[in-house]
Write a protein that binds this ligand. Structure first.
Ligand code: FES
Length: 126
């Protein structure tokens, strides 16, 4: 069983995004829990791959985007925080340039099926 880090993050088996939503916009944001301790996540479809992250930049612990539904992706492999331009590898979440270099976005394990993206158990925390 995976370890939950945030009290309001969705458990394994939760639907995070529908594939038709992702195909239209390239990203789906979701929020869970009350405003004062909300868990935010983003699912991104980039260059044929789907990635899910907690939407929280390790620099200031705020969302990576400042406009709803708008995320900065470059070269099919890099996600940039909109606030101070930290650059993260999409495949690992590692920040390789910017004010939190060496820190990581929290990647969420996912499964794809039945027309949607689902949260999977995080085996690294088992
Ligand atoms: S809050 Fe993301 S780079 Fe500063």
């Amino acid at each position: 069983m995976g370890t939950m880090i945030h009290p309001h993050e969705p458990p394994p088996g939760t639907q995070l995004a529908r594939l038709d939503e992702l195909a239209k916009s390239g990203c789906v944001e979701r929020e869970f829990g009350p405003a004062h301790e909300r868990f935010r996540l983003v699912v991104l479809s980039v260059a044929g791959h789907i990635h899910a992250f907690e939407n929280r930049c390790p620099h200031f612990s705020i969302p990576l985007n400042y406009e709803p539904g708008r995320f900065w992706v470059y070269d099919g492999s890099t996600l940039m925080c909109a606030h101070h331009s930290a650059m993260f590898h999409l495949d690992s979440g590692l920040c390789f340039d910017g004010p939190c270099q060496g820190a990581r976005l929290r990647r969420l394990e996912i499964e794809i099926g039945r027309g949607a993206v689902w949260r999977a158990a995080d085996l690294s925390c088992a």
